[in-house]
Design a protein around this ligand. Structure first.
Ligand SMILES: Cc1cc2nc3c(=O)[nH]c(=O)nc-3n(C[C@H](O)[C@H](O)[C@H](O)COP(=O)(O)OP(=O)(O)OC[C@H]3O[C@@H](n4cnc5c(N)ncnc54)[C@H](O)[C@@H]3O)c2cc1C
Length: 412
């Protein structure tokens, strides 16, 4: 049933979590006020598609998901290029860098994260050193790639990988520096990492492990390359950084809202302060399937969070109960991760196997268990069986013996 409450909802962040929440709030309440705030200049665009824009396979207009007319038709007030400086949860007010303070009845924090920069000589003030998070980042990277022969990327994150592949597909020779012994070290093991190295090397990328940027070599005001921590020099006129995200919740520092890595919520996405919710990348939410709090940087998770947060902000009571998946290309193959796949908990056990797959590729699978329950998995190569595995994670059955666990390698 559609309500007419006249309530005012304020949402910080117009990514997929914030915009979905605004849309759902409007669907269920015709007279509420909805304010959506972003420091970026654009209405919602698809961050996942930025990779294909960088690759050169998707035009910019296909990345956009909403326009200003849509916000008008939904009566959602979108404040662009507006930065939330702080929040007072006692008075229920959000403060902005320009414009008056904004009172709210319920608040959603959906502010995602911003990529970390590196602190090394030569970086500060030098152009053509990029992180890869926004549409504007992507346009700048493409502009520089078109005039570059060689680039250096650094980091063991998805962002570092996406930069590496995108630049390589643009015909730029990429040297990828990684501090750790393999990519996604919280998800893969050494064998999975070696397979990824093989794939990228086949596509002309040079990978250097145990190596970080010690210094950027600057000539005539532009980067010419870097010196690694090993002392070796690498050539490149464009530098891509993929060294992790810091979640954006510093504007809550004067509030009693509990924060750790992210903004801590229960399974209803509500924080310890009634009426204040968090969703998407920035939420450190309670996951009932896992029985623990977690953060997660995936599109589908942020979208579902936005929907559930809208229900609960409007007075409903729906738990967020999902087995999230993240799927992305690795040149001519794929990586799919399900459930818990960034493992830091020493109580999580893993088994893995690599086997010959189709098109002379290798299929690598890794399964994660906690207290004998299957809690997550990652597939490199064929994604066959992923839906079944998601169901098995959701079912929460016990896998006590080696043969019970190894039977998962056969799931198709
Ligand atoms: C290049 C790239 C590739 C990706 N590929 C995949 C993929 O293949 N699969 C997948 O599942 N996920 C992928 N992701 C991750 C996915 O895009 C994110 O998980 C998702 O977009 C998060 O949405 P969100 O709404 O939580 O936050 P965001 O989309 O980050 O939106 C938050 C918004 O809030 C704004 N904001 C922050 N602080 C303030 C403030 N103080 N005042 C005003 N505004 C503020 C931010 O600038 C931003 O616009 C990728 C991400 C990137 C960058």
């Amino acid at each position: 049933m559609t309500a007419h409450t006249g309530k005012r909802y304020v949402i910080i962040g117009n990514g997929i979590a914030g915009t979905t929440c605004a849309q759902e709030l409007r669907k269920n309440d015709l007279s509420c006020e909805i304010w959506l705030i972003t420091n970026e200049p654009y209405p919602l665009y698809n961050r996942v598609s930025l990779k294909r824009l960088l690759d050169g396979v998707l035009p910019e207009q296909k990345v956009m998901m909403r326009d200003l007319a849509w916000h008008e038709s939904q009566r959602i007030t979108l404040l662009r290029e507006t930065y939330v400086t702080h929040v007072n949860t006692h008075e229920k007010v959000v403060y902005l860098d320009h414009g008056g303070p904004l009172a709210y009845d319920a608040l959603l924090v959906a502010s995602g994260g911003w990529p970390n920069r590196l602190d090394a000589p030569g970086i500060e003030g030098t152009p053509h050193i990029y992180t890869f998070m926004t549409l504007d980042d992507t346009k700048r990277i493409i502009g520089r790639a078109l005039e570059s022969k060689a680039a250096i990327t650094t980091g063991g994150s998805y962002m570092a990988y996406d930069l590496t592949e995108g630049l390589s597909k643009r015909g730029v020779h990429v040297t990828w520096l990684m501090r750790g012994p393999f990519w996604l070290r919280r998800t893969l093991d050494a064998e999975g990492g070696r397979l990824v190295d093989e794939i990228v090397a086949r596509h002309g990328v040079s990978v250097e492990h145990g190596e970080e940027i010690r210094e950027v070599i600057v000539r005539d005001g532009a980067p010419r390359g870097v010196i690694g921590t090993s002392g070796r020099e690498y050539e490149g006129g464009l530098i891509g950084l993929g060294v992790g995200l810091t979640l954006n919740h510093a504007f809550l520092r004067e509030t009693p809202v509990a924060r750790d890595k992210g903004v801590i919520t229960d399974e209803y996405l509500e924080t310890n302060v009634p009426g204040v919710f968090a969703a998407g990348d920035v939420a450190e939410f309670y996951d009932p399937i896992l029985g623990a709090h977690r953060t997660l940087g995936t599109w589908d998770n942020a979208l579902s969070h936005g929907r559930v947060a809208a229900i609960n902000m409007a007075g409903g009571r729906e738990a967020y109960l999902d087995v999230p998946t993240r799927s992305s290309p690795i040149f001519d193959t794929n990586i799919v991760a399900m459930g818990l796949f960034e493992v830091t908990d020493p109580a999580v056990e893993a088994i893995q196997r690599a086997a010959p797959g189709e098109r002379s590729m290798t299929d690598y699978r890794r399964f994660f268990f906690r207290e004998n329950k299957l809690v997550g998995a990652v597939f490199l190569g064929s994604p066959k069986g992923r839906k079944k595995v998601v169901e098995l994670i959701r079912a929460g059955a016990a896998y006590r013996t080696v043969s019970e666990r190894e039977s998962l390698f056969e799931v198709r």
